[in-house]
Design a protein around this ligand. Structure first.
Ligand code: ZN
Length: 156
């Protein structure tokens, strides 16, 4: 998870919401990713999907069984769908995502009958650091916007 946090910082450095992910098999990292939808003009470029793409390319396989995905924030519906298609076995996430999370926060999609694969998960790993990274990012962004607004305001 510490490594996933470092990847999340890469996203933050490019003004993207800081989420990092990596895919591990037999204690080896086979794919890494960080959130980059804005910079890559790709709505599907979430950290989890980027890690899957890297692992798929490295493994020359669209299925990635016997793997564990580590991600700093609870996955959204799109990412959980992709993880299911890839046949990932286990997900470990840091902080919950109360709005978009679909493992624990809203619905427990992993057990939905329309999926023909089942995975297990665990949340709350390095929760404080993962959640602080996100909230620091948004508070920094709010302050930057405020500063810009003040700059744009004409002097009286
Ligand atoms: Zn996602």
């Amino acid at each position: 998870m510490k490594k996933a946090l470092l990847l999340a910082e890469k996203a933050a450095n490019s003004q993207e919401v800081p989420v990092g992910a990596l895919l591990v098999r037999d204690e080896l990292i086979i794919g890494e990713g960080w959130n980059q939808p804005i910079g890559s003009c790709d709505p599907s470029a979430h950290a989890e999907v980027m890690a899957l793409r890297a692992a798929g390319t490295a493994e020359k396989n669209y299925r990635l069984p016997n793997t564990t995905l580590y991600v700093t924030i609870e996955p959204c519906s799109m990412c959980l769908g992709a993880l299911m298609h890839a046949r990932v076995e286990h997900i470990v996430f840091g902080a919950k995502e109360p709005k978009a999370g679909v493992l624990d926060s809203n619905v427990e999609w992993q057990s939905a009958s329309f999926f023909n694969h089942h995975l297990s998960w665990r949340g709350g790993v390095c929760e404080q650091e993962c959640s602080a990274l996100i909230s620091d990012f948004f508070s920094r962004r709010r302050n930057e916007k405020k500063a810009l607004k003040n700059l744009a305001r004409p002097e009286k």
